[in-house]
Design a protein around this ligand. Structure first.
Ligand code: ADP
Length: 474
């Protein structure tokens, strides 16, 4: 199959969240299954053509490869919209004014690229609102274009909370007509929601876990689009993300002070010591270290965590936070850091290398999400023998089974109710099992053996692509 994956973020070139991990790893896994898969993203300022040995195909297009593979990546060159800006979507936490224009140009370039290359993919796989317009262009502007007659579109939702909404008067900038500004098309409460271009026009819609595929069809998690999703429920699927074990494996991780594996689990302690030192915490192996790496947003459960931060600190454990996001959480955490300098490690930044040390050096990993499409932190934690403490929602519900002390089964600590009290209870349980060294080691070894490699998920994507093609053929 010929597949073009259109994603605004791709590891290692550009990342703000889990989408980038998926877009970096899924193509490699598809290529291993024998498919001709190519990737398209903007050349942001931080993508250095020299570093990645990109070559210029045309004034608008660079070509390179996903490192560690033969997968071809095309970059859209546009100095004003992408090349001259330090960040992907925002500056100082505020969205760029012209995000609609920027991603319109990118989506238009995606189809032009295919025509210029004379490469007709079977599947165009769009991801999140930034690439959704491509689906609309194909189905509206190119509906009768022989070049795209056999191309089916799959649209993946990585987070239903980001709708890509813009003022109505920007519609002409998309190149689409006012006939598209209706509730069954791109209109959303008087605005444009670009996500709808994907939800309305893709042949198949998917999201990144089965539980989340169901949840987004409910009012609670649908962000106002649950009705649209229910009306397409035959076409909505869920495939849980895999992990790229070339990048996430403590046995080969170059970014951590001490490599380790199941037979050498005791070596993990060196990473913990280093983590404690770097964060100005008391160096003490008996104190459980809880890691938290997250966008600091309501979605991620920072509100219920803030409620019980004092109680957690009283458990005699340590917490290491890495994240950026809402100013209110920066403030709450900074105040807490002053109060608990030796117990709280605070890193209000985005730092991929430090993330690896936290996964490796922590004993537990906290994800108290209000909702979570898939979540990668828990899967990474598994591989690093760092026991996840999660709320039972979306992909977290699909991947983490609660620890049961009666049968010593399960692979993390799960709480259901979205409250500080339930979170605290789960942390307490984790801390009490942590003291039972033999049981804890067994739990660590068990989770390190779990296999969330991409092979299985990539095969599921192939099946989904086939579904899209057969729908298109009808
Ligand atoms: P989301 O995509 O909603 O942000 P995921 O759990 O799917 O959440 O993916 C988040 C990814 O981003 C993980 O790989 C996580 O380690 C990484 N990450 C999040 N915040 C930071 C940060 N401040 N520094 C480094 N990595 C981060």
């Amino acid at each position: 199959m010929k597949i073009l994956l259109i994603s605004p973020e791709v590891v290692p070139f550009a990342k703000t969240g889990g989408l980038a991990d998926v877009a970096g790893a899924l193509p490699k896994a598809l290529a291993e299954l024998g498919h001709d898969v190519r990737v398209f993203l903007p050349r942001y300022q931080k993508v250095d053509p020299q570093k990645y040995k990109l070559k210029k195909l045309s004034p608008e297009i660079w070509q390179g490869k996903v490192p560690g593979s033969e997968v071809i990546v095309y970059f859209y060159e546009n100095e004003a919209y992408f090349g001259s800006r330090a960040d992907l979507y925002q500056v100082k936490g505020i969205d760029f004014e012209d995000n609609l224009e920027r991603f319109t140009a990118y989506c238009q370039a995606s189809l032009k690229l295919l025509v210029d290359l004379n490469w007709q993919p079977d599947i165009i796989h769009c991801n999140d609102w930034q690439s959704a317009l491509t689906a609309a262009y194909l189905k509206v502007l190119h509906a009768n274009d022989p070049f795209f007659q056999k191309t089916a579109v799959v649209y993946s939702i990585h987070n239903m909370g980001y709708l890509g909404t813009f003022p109505k008067d920007k519609l002409p900038a998309t190149g689409l007509g006012w006939d598209q500004f209706t509730p069954d098309k791109l209109e959303f409460w008087g605005q444009i929601a670009l996500i709808k271009a994907g939800l309305v026009y893709a042949d198949i819609i998917n999201t990144v876990s089965q539980a989340y595929a169901q949840e987004i069809q409910t009012e609670e998690f649908g962000h106002g689009l649950d009705g649209l999703l229910r009306s397409r429920k035959q076409d909505v699927f869920g495939i849980v993300n895999g992990l790229d074990y070339q990048l996430w494996d403590p046995a080969i991780d170059q970014n951590i002070p001490q490599k380790y594996s199941i037979p050498k689990l005791a070596l993990k302690l060196k990473n913990k010591t280093e983590l404690q030192k770097q964060n100005g915490l008391e160096v003490n192996e008996t104190k459980p270290v809880i890691g938290l790496i997250s966008r600091l947003a309501d979605q991620k459960g920072l509100d219920i965590l803030s409620e019980v931060l004092d109680e957690i600190m009283q458990l005699n454990c340590q917490l290491v936070v890495l994240g950026t996001g809402d100013a209110k959480y920066h403030e709450i955490l900074q105040q807490a850091k002053q109060k608990y300098p030796q117990q709280l490690g605070l890193n209000l930044t985005f730092d991929a290398k430090l993330a690896q040390l936290i996964y490796a050096g922590s004993d537990m990993f906290l994800m108290p999400s209000r909702y979570e499409p898939c979540g990668l932190g828990q899967l990474i934690s598994f591989k690093y023998g760092t026991v996840p403490i999660v709320r039972k929602t979306g992909g977290l519900a699909d991947t983490v089974k609660d620890y049961d002390s009666a049968t010593a089964s399960g692979d993390g600590f799960v709480f259901e109710e979205y409250t500080g009290a339930a979170l605290l209870q789960a942390v307490k349980r984790a801390c009490s099992i942590f003291k039972k060294k033999t049981i804890w080691r067994k739990l660590q070894a068990r989770i390190m053996k779990l296999d969330y490699s991409w092979n299985k998920s990539a095969q599921e994507y192939v099946d989904l692509y086939k579904k899209a093609l057969s729908k298109k053929a009808k």
